[in-house]
Design a binder for this molecule. Structure first.
Ligand SMILES: Cc1ncc(COP(=O)(O)O)c(C=O)c1O
Length: 366
């Protein structure tokens, strides 16, 4: 083990991303690989966004706009808020890390769910913050009383992913309002809405509409999922102008590339494209869920663009066997060792996954 890295960093294991398609192609020597591992939008971004970054008008020899003026103003119009209440980031991931760095100091306490997005924990450990990973009920469902019960006098940050990665579960409106109103004033509540566009439950409400519940509220959004721009790395946070001013104190000056800013702004304006791909994914999420349930498997009800399915044997073995068939999904860490997470791909990709899974589950060695 290295004695170069700081001891608290050595306690971290690197985030394990979904296996890249090209890596598996190289390993298996095949061309025909389906990736359903990183909750990307299989339909891609708005063609207008692709066109906007394809020309040579971007002046790539220049640094990007350090304040992201055009994108922030487009987002401000989109949300009906002043541009001073928005900060853009190199994916929402950068902003999670930045929030931990800006709003908490060593020894302060952070709350997040378990299982949930691993980067809340990574951001906390990197800052030497203490944390409580609050177990979701049955590993799947948020419980507001459990979250409130875990608050300590040192708690400074709460991260809630709703809809949650990897469970697809969400906090319904009334409960979210209760959570936001009940947290002590000093706590910054961060509601990570990476999958918000896919939530269609009648009692789901975006936290952007609950900003009157508390001052210390930050809402995270991303262009990586429904907007189909994961490769360009653009996310943003919406909060009070005071909170954004504080984030800007530490934000790296040119954190979002020019193509990222330009494509995100154009993608935001193409509502028809967004709606068409989201509708297809919501429809196919239902079909995938039904097919898995018809095969006798338990599926967590999902409000996102992925489903979590209990394969009733080691998920890692199923993941490995699917890889051999050219299908990349995601194996889950504890407490979901018997579950795999599958992104809702295009219908033909879902077919291929279902067919491969059926063969894998019939194999008594798995
Ligand atoms: C809940 C959640 N938040 C944030 C992110 C980070 O997204 P990005 O950095 O691409 O904006 C992800 C990515 O998978 C996620 O699942």
């Amino acid at each position: 083990m290295s004695d170069l890295a700081a001891p608290h960093i050595l306690a971290l294991t690197a985030y394990e991303p979904g296996k890249p398609e090209d890596e598996l192609k190289r390993e298996l020597g095949i061309d025909d690989v389906v990736k359903l591992a990183s909750n990307e939008n299989p339909y891609g971004p708005s063609p207008k966004a692709i066109e906007a970054v394809s020309g040579d008008a971007l002046e790539l020899h220049r640094y990007p706009d350090p304040r992201g003026h055009d994108l922030r103003h487009a987002l401000a119009a989109h949300h009906g808020v002043p541009a001073e209440q928005l900060c853009i980031g190199n994916g929402s991931n950068e902003l999670i890390d930045l929030i931990c760095r800006v709003f908490a100091t060593r020894g302060e306490h952070v709350l997040f769910g378990h299982p949930s997005f691993p980067c809340y924990r990574i951001g906390s450990v990197a800052q030497e913050l203490s944390f409580t990973a609050v177990a979701l009920r049955d590993h799947l469902h948020w419980n507001v009383d459990d979250l409130l019960g875990a608050v300590t006098p040192e708690t400074k940050l709460l991260f809630v992913s709703s809809p949650n990665n990897p469970t697809g579960s969400y906090i319904a409106r009334d409960e979210l309002v209760r959570l936001l109103r009940s947290l002590p004033e000093r706590v910054l509540a961060v509601i990570d809405e990476a999958y918000v566009e896919y939530a269609d439950a009648v009692d789901f409400v975006p936290a952007t509409e609950l900003r009157d519940t508390r001052d210390r509220l930050a809402v995270l959004r991303t262009f990586s999922k429904a907007y189909g721009l994961a490769g360009l790395r653009v996310g943003y946070v919406l909060g009070t102008s005071e909170l954004i001013t504080d984030l800007n104190r530490l934000r790296a000056p040119f954190n979002v590339s020019t193509p990222g800013q330009v494509a995100a702004k154009v993608a935001l304006s193409d509502d028809a494209h967004l709606r068409a791909s989201v509708e297809a994914t919501i429809r196919d999420r239902g079909k995938l869920t039904e097919a898995l349930e018809a095969a006798g498997l338990q599926v967590a009800p999902s409000q996102a663009n992925f489903v979590l399915v209990n394969v009733q044997r080691p998920g890692r073995a199923v993941y490995e066997a699917l890889l051999q068939k050219g299908v990349i999904v995601r194996a889950m860490p504890e407490p979901l060792e018997s579950w795999i997470r599958v992104t809702v791909g295009k219908p033909e990709e879902i077919e291929r996954f279902l067919h491969s899974l059926d063969r894998v589950l019939r194999d008594s060695r798995v």
